[in-house]
Design a protein around this ligand. Structure first.
Ligand SMILES: Nc1ncnc2c1ncn2[C@@H]1O[C@H](COP(=O)(O)OP(=O)(O)OP(=O)(O)O)[C@@H](O)[C@H]1O
Ligand SMILES: [Mg+2]
Length: 371
């Protein structure tokens, strides 16, 4: 009862919020397109836009939680989907976390919204990663099981698809366990978790007619078990949709780029990936901004050739003061391998122009999640 009421309340608020946010985001975007506005005003409007987009992402999670979001269902093979997910996930989590997947099924059809299932898997993998700060293994298994005596009241006996995510992380204390699916429940420090990951997982699984269970032991690890309805339907003929770009979670990226077109492109595309951005046109300004906002800035994206202060000089100054700052250089010309080696001593990554959006998204996400 209470759960339903909370869900309804959340969905109601979320819907109204979406309307309000549409106005905020829409008008901010329109203002951004005005040519006459001074640069500093545009920067402020951009802040409104970024905050609006972050809020929109939270609303999406709440709608998923309360099962009020729209689904695009298709029948697809979960075996190959998981294999591709693994490749994608392995690239965006730190190297000291290994993910393996085992199944005896050659093919395993489910009827689901692939984007939402990917969101579920991503949330579980990120949680497992967070539970193993010193690294470790995440083990994923997939099987079909005939369940005679379901442990959930609403679950019908019969064939179910069972997916398990196991980590050997810190585990969940028994007094915390009953709360983990509650919206906004988090044990992570402020700014590190909103507590919407598992509620979103729960909502999506229930929306698909499935169930989720968790077993955990402090110091030993945690297993999340997902049950999804078995389907005998044929695979929906669809064009291969690539997995989407790894998304940000509102992390702030400082963009240093003198070319205005490239700069505004970077802002737009990073914003779309749910990052927040501050953009400046030269190294001197960037140093200033970094000094003021260093605690908020998670990553720096800098051009190499710029007037006043080159990207390299800027980077050296930053690294002298803050050796653990994360910096990606965008290079406008191909670097010789010797140059490249030298550059990599200064920058954490180098991306060549022109780059593919997806590649850049992966590099950013990898670097953000590395230590
Ligand atoms: N694999 C796990 N191992 C240990 N604890 C976990 C694991 N998964 C979830 N938890 C606990 O459950 C809490 C809620 O998880 P949830 O994903 O909903 O939120 P979050 O990870 O804290 O924040 P968010 O996902 O919104 O960034 C976590 O803060 C953590 O205490
Ligand atoms: Mg989480």
């Amino acid at each position: 009862m209470l759960c339903r009421a909370v869900g309804q309340l959340a969905a109601g608020i979320a819907h109204d919020f979406n309307n309000i946010l549409t106005g905020i985001i829409g008008y901010a975007e329109m203002l951004m397109a005005e040519e006459e506005l001074p640069y500093y005003i545009k920067k402020r409007i951009d802040m409104i836009l970024q905050s609006g987009l972050r809020a929109a992402n939270m609303v999406k999670q709440i709608l998923d939680f309360s099962r009020k979001s729209v689904s695009e269902e298709a029948v697809f093979d979960l075996t190959s989907f998981l294999k591709e997910f693994l490749r994608f996930a392995q690239r965006v989590i730190p190297e000291n976390i290994r993910i393996d997947f085992s199944t005896e099924l050659e093919q395993c059809r489910i009827k689901a919204d692939p984007a939402k299932i990917q969101q579920v898997f991503t949330n579980l993998v990120v949680n497992a990663k967070d539970a193993m700060p010193d690294g470790g293994n995440i083990h994923i298994t997939l099987r079909k099981e005939y369940i005679e005596n379901p442990s959930f009241a609403e679950m019908a006996p019969g064939d179910w698809i069972v997916i398990e995510f196991t980590d050997r992380g810190c585990g969940i204390p028994s007094d915390i366990l009953p709360h983990i699916f509650e919206p906004f429940f988090t044990t992570k420090p402020v700014g590190h978790g909103t507590g919407l990951g598992l509620p979103q997982v729960y909502g999506i699984i229930r929306q698909h007619g499935g169930f989720i269970d968790v077993r955990s032991m402090v110091g030993c690890g945690t297993t999340f078990t997902i049950f999804l309805p078995f389907t005998a339907e044929d695979i929906t003929a669809t064009k291969e949709k690539p997995l989407s770009c790894p998304q940000g979670r509102g992390e702030m990226i400082l963009i240093v780029e003198d070319n205005e077109e490239v700069r505004s492109f970077l802002v737009t595309f990073l914003t779309e990936l749910q990052y927040r951005t501050i953009s400046v046109s030269n190294g001197l300004e960037a140093l200033d901004v970094y000094k003021q906002k260093k605690s908020e800035i998670s990553l720096i994206l800098t051009d190499l050739v710029m007037p006043e202060m080159s990207g390299l000089e800027f980077c050296k100054k930053i690294k002298q003061l803050h050796p653990d700052a994360k910096i990606i250089a965008i290079s406008g010309y191909p670097l010789m391998s010797d140059d490249q080696k030298y550059m990599l001593e200064c920058f954490d990554r180098i991306v060549n122009k022109p780059f593919e959006i997806k590649d850049m998204a992966v590099v950013i996400s990898e670097l953000l999640h590395s230590r």
